[in-house]
Write a protein that binds this ligand. Structure first.
Ligand code: BDR
Ligand code: CA
Length: 320
C-alpha cells in the first residue's frame, strides 16, 4: 500500500477524499492533518474525525494545525460547503479525539521516521505544509513526494476570476511551499489544479447509482446530504447540477498515476498582491525567468474512470 498523510480542510470534497483513501486497500492512511480553510479549524477537525469514524477508521491519527492562514485573516466559505463544512449532512459526535501532536509535528515526525516513503497529499490551503517545511527544511527530501490540489493555469478561477480556492486562502503559504519544494534534486511536487480536477464531475445519476448499489445506509445518506449542498452551489454559480469533486480525484491519482497525462515540468509562482489576483498561480512557460522547474503539472485526466472508481470504493465501504 502507498503510505499517505492527507492534509485537509474538510470540506465536502475533502470528506470524499477521506472516504476514498479509507476505503482503498492500496492506501495506508498514516495520519490526517487539518487546517482552517473551507470552514473554521474546529469544524474541520470535528468533520475529519467524524468522517473517519463513518468509514470505520476512527483509529487514524488526526492532528489539528493552522487556525488561520500565515499572514491573512481566514475567509471561510459556508455558502459552498455549508455552515459546518459538510453541506446538509450531520454526523454523530466523534468518539476519537484529536492527537496531542499538532499538524506540522505529525508531518515532520512521520517523514523523519520513514524517510523517502511518505506521500503528503495537500487538499486545503498550504498553511500546515509551509509551517512544516519552515520547521524542517529537509522535508522535501524526507518525503517521497508532495502532491497538491491547487491552482489553475488555463481554466478560469473558482474563487476570483483568476484564482483557485486553496491558493487564494493562503497565498503566502503556497508561495513558500513552491519555493522550498522541488529544489536541489528533491522530487518535484505534483500540482493538480482546476485544469485537471475539473475534468470530472459527479452528477445526480451517480448518486442514484450509489443508492441503488449500496442501499439506504448512513454512508450513502452522508454522501447525498453533503453533495446535495454542493450540487445546489454549482447549479447557482456554474450552470449545471452536479459537482467537481477535486480532492478525491487527487487521492485517486496518487493511487493510480495512470489517471493523469500531459504532464509539464514548469517553474510555478504564486501572486501575492491584488484584490483579484492574490493566490493566482503563474507558470514560466517559456523559461525566460531562468529558474528550473519546481512543479510537475498535469493537464490531462481520466475524469470518468476516476468517478467510476470513487463510486466503487464508496459501495465497498458501505458494505463493510
Ligand atoms: C478546492 O477548494 C476547496 O473548496 C475544495 O475542498 C478543494 O480542495 C478546490 O478549489
Ligand atoms: Ca479541500
Amino acid at each position: 500500500p502507498v503510505p499517505l498523510i492527507l492534509d485537509v480542510d474538510t470540506g465536502i470534497d475533502d470528506s470524499l477524499a477521506l472516504l476514498f483513501a479509507a476505503a482503498s486497500a492500496d492506501a495506508e492512511l498514516v495520519g490526517v492533518t487539518t487546517a482552517a480553510g473551507n470552514v473554521e479549524l474546529e469544524h474541520v477537525t470535528r468533520n475529519t474525525l467524524a468522517v473517519l469514524e463513518l468509514a470505520g477508521r476512527g483509529e487514524v491519527e488526526v492532528a489539528a494545525g493552522a487556525a488561520a492562514p500565515l499572514c491573512r485573516p481566514l475567509t471561510p466559505t459556508p455558502e459552498t460547503h455549508g455552515p459546518e463544512g459538510i453541506g446538509r449532512a450531520t454526523l454523530p459526535a466523534p468518539a476519537a479525539r484529536q492527537s496531542d501532536r499538532c499538524a506540522a509535528q505529525l508531518i515532520v515526525e512521520q517523514a523523519r521516521a520513514r524517510p523517502g516513503e511518505l506521500t503528503l497529499v495537500a487538499l486545503g490551503p498550504l498553511t500546515n505544509v509551509a509551517t512544516a517545511v519552515l520547521w524542517e527544511p529537509e522535508l522535501p527530501t524526507l518525503l517521497k513526494r508532495l502532491v497538491i490540489m491547487g491552482g489553475t493555469f488555463r481554466e478560469a478561477g473558482n474563487t476570483t476570476p483568476v484564482t483557485e480556492w486553496n491558493m487564494t486562502v493562503d497565498p503566502e503559504a503556497a508561495a513558500c511551499v513552491l519555493r522550498r519544494f522541488g529544489r536541489d534534486g528533491a522530487p518535484l511536487p505534483l500540482l493538480m489544479g482546476l485544469d485537471v480536477t475539473q475534468k470530472a464531475a459527479i452528477l445526480p445519476h451517480h448518486l442514484a447509482e450509489l443508492r441503488e448499489r449500496a442501499g439506504d445506509v448512513p454512508l450513502v445518506r452522508f454522501v447525498e446530504d453533503s453533495l446535495g449542498f454542493y450540487f445546489d452551489f454549482h447549479e447557482r454559480y456554474d450552470g449545471f447540477r452536479g459537482a467537481h469533486v477535486h480532492d478525491p480525484f487527487v487521492v485517486g491519482c496518487v493511487l493510480d498515476p495512470a489517471l493523469l497525462s500531459e504532464h509539464v515540468a514548469l517553474h510555478v509562482g504564486v501572486e501575492l498582491g491584488g484584490e483579484q489576483t492574490a493566490g493566482q498561480t503563474f507558470a514560466d512557460w517559456k523559461g525566460n525567468g531562468g529558474e528550473p522547474p519546481n512543479a510537475e503539472v498535469p493537464f490531462g485526466g481520466e475524469g470518468e474512470r476516476y468517478i467510476a472508481r470513487l463510486l466503487d470504493r464508496l459501495v465497498e465501504l458501505a458494505a463493510r
